[in-house]
Design a protein around this ligand. Structure first.
Ligand SMILES: [Zn+2]
Length: 292
């Protein structure tokens, strides 16, 4: 009879866990290819097929060579990019490349003004909806610009791709970055445009402030409409380039699926607790049975 009780209890727990252990993963990365957006002056992307076919032994083999600028497509700006003696790519701590996603939606403002710079008020508006920006956040501007990618003329919003003084795209305001650094704790500041500074910057004040504070940037982030403005966890998996000033990154978000098969809702720690129970209870029941 007691054994039946255990089986029933475990079945109920498995039923609860069964519908709920998942989280959704969303890719926030543009393909790295010969259409990748580069800052003007960078060498061209080089993708060379070394082998794509059957070897003499009849085995299928694919191998390629690729050469790319660090600051290309979806990528990380290491703090050293615009500030001396700050972290280069290989020594940015991995824990500084993970954090709660804070997505600042300025699509309407950017549609009206391509030179828009994210303001402190935009952050306060986010906080009025979702509470204080969480510790170690990854804060990314969603200006809607990722939809232009990879059309370089639209992304840089110019007829003269070799002349940065003609660029018009949105970015962060330097005052907003200073506020984020002094009033909140952030791991990465990102944009869906080619630069954390807006296109018309003369002094790259945002890059310099972030570098000075040893905070990384993320540029050309894709697909931001596919994640909630609050509640995701973002990962900036940059290639670990020794002494790099940045590097291509696979940026992605996880979104916990909190709804169980019964429609209950709860957070990830409760899922872990239930999972542990699912494992432990049959073991304890088994040990008790053997002890008898
Ligand atoms: Zn960059």
């Amino acid at each position: 009879m007691r054994q039946h009780t255990h089986v029933l209890f475990v079945s109920v727990l498995l039923g609860i866990c069964g519908g709920s252990l998942d989280f959704k993963v969303v890719d926030l990365t543009h393909d790295h290819s010969n259409t990748t957006i580069y800052w003007p002056g960078s060498p061209e992307y080089n993708f060379t097929i070394l082998s794509r076919g059957k070897t003499a032994g009849g085995i299928w083999l694919e191998m390629n060579y690729f050469g790319t600028a660090e600051h290309a497509g979806t990528h990380l700006d290491s703090p050293a990019h615009f500030y001396k003696d700050r972290n280069r790519t290989h020594n940015v701590p991995l824990e500084n490349l993970i954090g709660p996603g804070v997505i600042i939606n300025v699509k309407n403002k950017a549609a009206m003004n391509a030179d828009y710079q994210v303001s402190i008020d935009d952050l306060k508006q986010w906080e009025s909806m979702y509470n204080k920006i969480p510790e170690n956040a990854i804060v990314i501007m969603n200006s809607g610009w990722h939809e232009h990618y990879p059309n370089a003329s639209l992304v840089f919003n110019t007829d003269s791709l070799t002349d940065p003084s003609t660029f018009h795209f949105p970015g962060w305001h330097e005052d907003t970055i200073e506020w984020l650094i002094s009033e909140r704790s952030v791991n990465v500041v990102g944009v869906d445009t080619p630069s954390t500074d807006f296109g018309q910057t003369q002094n790259f004040a945002v890059h310099i402030s972030l570098g000075k504070a040893n905070i990384s940037g993320a540029e050309n982030v894709a697909n931001l409409d596919a994640i909630p403005e609050s509640g995701s966890m973002i990962f900036v998996a940059v290639t670990k380039i020794y002494d790099g000033s940045g590097g291509p990154a696979r940026i992605f978000a996880t979104i916990p699926l909190r709804v169980t098969s019964f429609g209950w809702t709860y957070g990830p720690s409760f899922v872990l607790f239930l999972s542990a129970l699912c494992v432990l209870i049959p073991v304890i029941a088994h040990l008790r049975q053997r002890a008898r």
